[in-house]
Ligand binder design. Structure first.
Ligand code: DGL
Length: 294
């Protein structure tokens, strides 16, 4: 479920202007599943979307790296005038939302795997959770699990290889299906009736997952709940765009990578013929081969 908190004033100042855009950020293309829900829920909001594709996937990166990238991109979005930030990445939220909250002076919305709705819905009391390794091992996720695992068994499976597949727009290949089968069949054998999609990339694998599990698993995707949470947070802060703000313009898409796959996914998924603008967002931490590349 999404989480949010009041902003804490810091070095990075923000424009509290209701016609300013909402910033949405992910390690790559996964946050587009959240953007889709936000556009449906809040059609008057202007959106800036950043895919940190140069560094995706985050799920196998170290904790400092993820916190550093999340903060650098959050600060960049604030400098572009974002009035609120959706960290549309479970991995980045799990790893760095507390730090980013301390540093950014705009309302933040993080995401976390839908363990709570799964615990509420599962009839067999066995639910699968597919998420990145970093999300699953994070203290934040472990605390979430503890809260709901008393009478529901959660089978937690790192989705190695899945983010990479979506990043190259592979949502359908035989290799991808074999990977998914390897993750999902043990869950079915263990009696699971619910599957938490604990990474924002995974809703794009919905059809491939359905082909394997049919109706045996109810899929939990929190993107609509995230959009509703964003709506509440904007309301609370007096930041909802007015209906006549003429902000129905297309979202602006940025990528730290070459943007080709982003353009492709945006076209097929959102039916938007978008231009993806390349952007360099430097990491703050000491130069590494990766951060030099940025
Ligand atoms: N969409 C990100 C998430 O929700 C993917 C993380 C990654 O890049 O591994 O966790």
């Amino acid at each position: 479920m999404p989480s949010s908190s009041a902003p804490i004033a810091t070095a990075v100042t923000a424009s509290a202007n209701s016609s300013a855009p909402v910033g949405i950020f992910d390690s790559g293309l996964g946050g587009l599943s959240v953007l889709r829900a936000v556009r449906a829920q809040l059609p008057d909001e202007a959106i800036l979307y950043v895919a940190d594709s140069l560094y995706a996937p985050y799920g196998e990166r170290d904790d400092d790296f993820i916190a550093d990238r999340t903060l650098a991109i959050g600060e960049w979005l604030v400098r572009q005038g974002a009035k609120a930030l959706v960290v549309a990445c479970n991995t980045a939220t799990a790893q760095s939302i507390a730090l980013v909250r301390e540093k950014l002076a705009i309302p933040l919305i993080g995401v976390e795997p839908g363990v709570k709705p799964a615990a509420l819905q599962s009839k067999t009391r066995v639910a699968g959770v597919l998420a990145t390794q970093v999300t699953l091992r994070s203290a934040r996720f472990q605390a979430l699990l503890e809260r709901y695992a008393a009478d529901c068994r959660f089978l937690c499976q790192p989705g190695h290889g899945l983010v990479q597949a979506v990043e190259r727009c592979d949502v359908d290949s035989a290799e991808l299906r074999a990977l998914l089968r390897g993750y999902l069949e043990p869950m079915l054998e263990a009696g699971a009736d619910t599957l938490v999609l604990g990474c924002t990339h995974y809703p794009f694998l919905d059809a491939a997952i359905r082909d394997i599990v049919g109706d045996r698993l109810t899929l939990i995707d929190t993107s609509v709940a995230i959009a509703r949470q964003l709506e509440r947070v904007l309301e609370q802060n007096g930041l909802r765009a007015a209906h006549d703000d003429a902000t129905r313009a297309l979202p602006r898409f940025y990528s730290t990578g070459d943007g080709t796959h982003q353009q492709q996914l945006v076209a097929t998924l959102l039916e938007i013929d978008a231009v993806v603008e390349p952007v360099v967002i430097r990491s703050r931490r000491a130069a590494t081969p990766d951060s030099q590349a940025a």
